[in-house]
Design a protein around this ligand. Structure first.
Ligand SMILES: Cc1ncc(COP(=O)(O)O)c(C=O)c1O
Length: 377
């Protein structure tokens, strides 16, 4: 049987990895500035992570959500303390799209309304409501098209105000920092304005922190730079360091009832062990602080790029937009310097390394980038 061919693949076969380093099947060593798409938070194959998951697997890997699972409570308690939302409740699922799907559903249940606002260049996943609120018609099938999704210009509070006056809005879904859209930080006051409009109109603010959360930006969640308190916060990627797990933080004002949300696999013993290991390492090794400091250093070094390049980001979530397509730069970084990077659209290089990236590793990347960047691309 052949694979269903939906991914354009790089010609590299990673075989093993450690920290920010990946080795391919020929033994070639790569520096990982991409973190498997923002997923590797504490570093590849961290010994504590390997031990916690292996130990759990030897005890019990899975039962269903119909029995007591103290690991879920342990995870909720540690996460609540670390992220600053100890009073919120946690619902566990398996991916980012699923976390958003549940958040959208919950906001609709709570308000009794159907319409949601999301933003241009936003990405929220490929399942039904999440893809309807994603600004990319190419990945929405006819069945996903709905009048319930209003996609408005990012950072345009006036447009949001108008949409609220003209529609019965259930919620607003927005990324802490737009990732796939090219590392775009909400303008000062934008998230606070959304929060205010949601309050005035009885709607719920949903922060998608799937890419920008879990310490990546130098705070646990990117929206914590803006001083807002969303009703719902979605997480995935860095949460399991590669083990599939997603989650939803839910304001104490929202009441739960049996059957409201549910999943077979979400919150399994093994997934909780992975997520607990991630939080334990983040705390022990101060990885959020490292993301802030190394990100600051990286940003500073990138000021040496030609002035026509625009560098955006916070912590270890960085976008470098060039006036020309970045394909050549990315290919040369990979093949000549053995450095993994990501991209957004055609013109932006995207960096999402493990949060344990050192200054020395950041410098290796900067030196390589400077030597491949030419005025013509
Ligand atoms: C901001 C954001 N939301 C949602 C998703 C969807 O997550 P998943 O691919 O785990 O469904 C992504 C994935 O890239 C994302 O970046």
């Amino acid at each position: 049987m052949e694979l269903f061919d939906v991914y354009p693949l790089l010609d590299v076969t990673p075989e093993r990895a450690s920290g920010c380093t990946v080795w391919d099947d020929k033994g070639v060593e790569y520096l990982d500035l991409y973190g498997g798409h923002a997923v590797i938070s504490i570093g590849h194959t961290h010994p504590h992570y390997v031990e916690r998951i292996s130990g759990q697997l030897a005890k019990i890997g899975f039962y269903s959500n119909s029995v007591q699972n103290p690991l879920q409570r342990e995870l909720a308690s540690l996460l609540g303390r670390q992220c600053g939302y100890a009073g919120y409740r946690l619902f566990l699922c398996n991916s980012g799209a699923e976390a958003n799907e549940n958040a959208i559903k919950l906001a609709s249940f709570v308000t009794g309304r159907k319409k949601f606002i999301a933003f241009g260049k936003g990405f929220h996943g490929r399942t039904s409501a999440a893809v309807a609120l994603t600004d990319n018609p190419k990945i929405a099938a006819p069945v996903n098209l709905t009048d319930n999704a209003l996609i408005l210009p990012f950072n345009d509070l006036e447009a949001v105000g108008r949409a609220f006056r003209e529609n019965d809005i259930a919620g607003v879904l927005v990324e802490g920092i737009q990732g796939i859209g090219g590392i775009r930080i909400p303008a000062p006051g934008f998230l606070a304005g959304l929060e205010q409009l949601c309050k005035e109109h009885g709607a719920l603010l949903i922060l998608d922190e799937i890419q920008s959360g879990y310490g990546r930006t130098g705070k646990f969640f990117a929206h914590q730079y803006d001083g807002v308190t969303p009703a719902l916060i979605t997480m995935a990627k860095g949460m399991g360091n590669g083990f599939p797990i997603g989650g939803l933080l839910i304001s104490p004002e929202i009441e739960a009832h049996y059957g409201m949300l549910g999943t077979t696999f979400g919150g399994s013993h093994l997934a909780c062990a992975a997520a607990l290991a991630v939080l334990e390492v983040m705390e022990e090794e101060k990885l959020t602080e490292n993301a802030a400091a190394t990100g600051h250093y990286l940003m500073d070094q990138l000021r040496g790029l030609p002035p026509e390049c625009e560098v955006r980001g916070r912590g270890l979530m960085t976008g470098i937009e060039f006036p020309y397509p970045v394909k050549n730069i990315r290919d040369r970084l990979l093949h000549d310097f053995h450095i993994f990077t990501g991209f957004s659209g055609t013109h932006t290089l995207r960096l999402l390394p493990p949060l344990c990236l050192s200054r020395e590793q950041a410098r290796v990347f900067v030196n390589a980038l400077f030597s491949v960047v030419t005025p013509e691309g």
